[in-house]
Every structure is written in C-alpha cells, then in structure tokens.
Design a binder for this molecule. Structure first.
Ligand SMILES: Nc1ncnc2c1ncn2[C@@H]1O[C@H](COP(=O)(O)OP(=O)(O)OP(=O)(O)O)[C@@H](O)[C@H]1O
Length: 369
C-alpha cells in the first residue's frame, strides 16, 4: 500500500548538508499498522513528511495505493492538482493536533471538505458530525472550540479531520506523545479500531515501544536516515539479536548465586503455546527459576521473551539447552557479566554468550529533548 524506494532527503542550510533520509526502502502492507521507531534525529518525521510529499524527497520514489506520488510532484513549490487529489487519500494526524482555534471541532473537520470542494454546506456538516461520532465525540463536543477540549478530545478531532477525505492511508506523527498514559491508551485503541473497521493502512512514527506493542502489526527501526530492521513482531522475535525485539520484550534478572546458567528464551510460532518450562523441569528433574519475562498475547498466542536460571554451570546444562532448542524455542545464553545482584556477586560468563541487544536511552534521549 505504501512503498518507498531508495528515498533520500538532503537538507542544505548555511552551507552544510544533512542527509536526513539515506536510502529508505520501506513497505507498509494494505491494512497493517506499521510503527517506525528511532532516536531523535533518526529521520522519522522527515520520512513521514516525504511519504505524503509535504516535504519533497531529494531522490527516490513514494508509491501510495499504486500511485507514484513523486511523479505527481511537479517542479514548483505549489503542489499540482493531481498531487493534491492523491493526498486527499492520505490522512495525517499530528502530535500537537494543529487545530484552528477560531473554529469549532465540527468546523475543523469540515475544513478539508471545504478545501476539497466536496459537497454542500449541510452535507459537510452532516459528514463532520458522523466522523466526530465515529471517533467518540458528542454533539456538544462538536460545538466546542479546541480550547474547551482536553488533549485526548483534541486528538480525536484531529483524527476525525484526517478521515474527512475517506483516506485509505493514515499517517501519524507522534500522535500520542503529548498525551497522558491513559489518554494515550484510549487514542491508540481508537486508531486500532479505525484500522480494523475501515481497513485503514496506518504508518505511525513514535519513540515509545509501548505504542508499537499496543497497536502495531509491524515495526521498523530507523538509525541515521536508514531503516536498519523491520518486520512483524513475530518475525522480529524470530531474528536472533534483533534490537527491536530486545526493546519490545526487555528481560532482566540476575542469577541467584554462583554456578547458575542463565538462559533467555524467545517464544514465537508454535512453541509459544507449549508448557515448555514444566516439560523441561519434569523431563530433567531440574528446578527452573524464572528471573524475568516480557510476554504479550498476540492473536491469542503468548509471544515474548523469558529469562530463566538453571542450576549448575553451562557444561552441566548442555543437554537441557539442546532440549529447549528441540522444542522450537530460540535459546540464547544470557550475558549477565557485570549485572551483579544486590549482594554484589557478579555472574559467571557462559561460553558463547552474546552481548545483550538493546537500544539504550531511546526514551532517555527523547526525555532530554
Ligand atoms: N528543515 C530542516 N533543515 C535542516 N535540517 C533538518 C530539517 N529537518 C530535519 N533536519 C535534520 O534532519 C535530521 C532528521 O530529522 P527528523 O526531524 O526527521 O528526525 P526525527 O527522527 O523525526 O527526530 P525527532 O524524534 O526529534 O522528531 C536531523 O539531523 C535534523 O536536524
């Protein structure tokens, strides 16, 4: 539904060049919600603005619903009529709502219909009220001005306005990052419902992993203007060393003492529904301790990661680890070196231990902005 091919954007300011997009190849399939995450400055906003040609890419192509928008862009600053018409099929939701303060909620939703020259006044008013109803706002709230509405209500107006042109695609630029956690959940629930009810394809950018977990079918990680990882949540979990999977399902936990083997298990696919821990404990008569877990139910299946501890050194657990792999689990020997427990005893490093993946400071970097 959305495909970008080798998309590049170079900004030139004061004699300097900044490569904000450095060859982005991204596909958002019809009907899916894809979340792009990345640190501040990674190029997320530039990407979303290039997808609807609010920003003109330096090179590369953007296809939305089979139309090459870059070919419609023309050479002047003013968008040609064909591009404006194509943009009507792409709704955009903004972090700071971008509502006109002198218009009521309903009039804000009517605005794109006016600009598009759609329908008469009464029909526009009727359509705006239908859309406001769809996003859960009452007639009284429809008559209110933005200043009289809460942040969540304002974002609902923003979403209703984005739906005015009956788009097939919704782009969301940090739509919930100005909202409190409870309102965030409600607005994300609304986006998910709209995606399902209307079959909308949604591309959203966020710096919050919780947003990805709550609504996204797929996720992509941006770094330095490039997509460095992407896939469905299950695909990411199935990718050894995936930074995104590690961020989505972070597991911690330190061994309870010396001579323990700490193992990170990834549950996805068929293995997710089997009682693997009790099977392991029964088969080998071992005490298995769960040190940490980050599990979610996706499509009725448990997916996620779990850190367990087995008594004995790695050499004593080779067979048990092989058994877990045979059960279809992804098994990584956790590198817990330096993750000392409260008693200060550092854990032994197991042979073959991989460095723990991570995207340290993603949230911290945002908070420091
Ligand atoms: N209009 C502009 N002129 C010059 N440089 C720009 C412009 N817009 C963005 N940049 C630069 O492009 C890079 C990517 O910026 P962008 O805003 O897309 O990142 P982002 O991942 O959305 O960050 P944030 O999460 O902070 O919004 C940054 O280095 C930024 O400074």
């Amino acid at each position: 539904m959305i495909t970008t091919t080798d998309l590049r954007k170079v900004y030139r300011s004061r004699g300097r060049e900044v490569s904000a997009l450095d060859g982005v190849d991204l596909t958002v399939r019809e009907g899916e919600v894809l979340g792009v995450v990345g640190r501040s400055g990674a190029g997320k906003s530039t990407l979303i603005r290039c997808v609807n040609l609010l920003e003109r890419p330096t090179s590369g192509t953007v296809e939305v619903a089979g139309r090459d928008l870059t070919a419609l862009a023309g050479r002047t600053d003013r968008a040609p009529a064909a591009l404006r018409a194509a943009r009507a099929g792409i709704g955009m939701v903004f972090q700071h709502f971008n509502l006109l303060s002198t218009r009521t909620a309903q009039e804000n939703v009517e605005l794109p219909l006016e600009i598009l020259g759609r329908a008469g006044r009464r029909d526009r008013a009727r359509r705006a009220r239908e859309l406001l109803d769809l996003v859960g706002l009452s007639d009284e709230q429809a008559r209110a001005y933005p200043a009289q509405l809460s942040g969540g209500q304002k974002q609902r107006v923003g979403i209703a306005r984005a739906l005015a042109g009956d788009p097939k695609v919704l782009l969301s630029d940090e739509a919930t990052s100005a909202l409190d956690p409870e309102t965030t959940r409600a607005v994300l629930g609304l986006l998910r419902d709209l995606n399902r009810q209307l079959g909308l394809t949604v591309l959203l950018i966020t710096h919050e992993m919780d947003v990805v977990k709550a609504v996204c079918d797929s996720a992509a990680l941006m770094k330095g203007g490039r997509i460095v990882e992407s896939g469905t949540v299950a695909e990411l979990l199935a990718t050894p060393g995936s930074e995104l999977a590690g961020e989505l399902f972070p597991v911690g936990g330190v061994p309870s003492g010396p001579d323990r083997t700490v193992v990170d298990l990834t549950f996805h696919g068929d293995s997710a529904s089997r009682p693997v821990i009790s099977q392991l404990a029964r088969t080998y008569n071992v005490d298995v301790s769960i040190l940490g877990a980050a599990m979610e139910t996706v499509d009725g299946r448990q997916v996620g990661r779990m850190r367990i501890e087995l008594p004995g050194r790695f050499e004593d657990n080779v067979v048990q680890i092989g058994y877990l792999r045979e059960l279809g689990l992804q098994v990584d020997i956790a590198d817990v070196t330096g993750e000392a427990d409260v008693t200060g005893s550092a854990a032994p490093r197991a042979p073959g231990a991989a460095a723990a993946p991570g995207l340290p400071g993603l949230a911290a970097a945002e908070a420091a902005k």
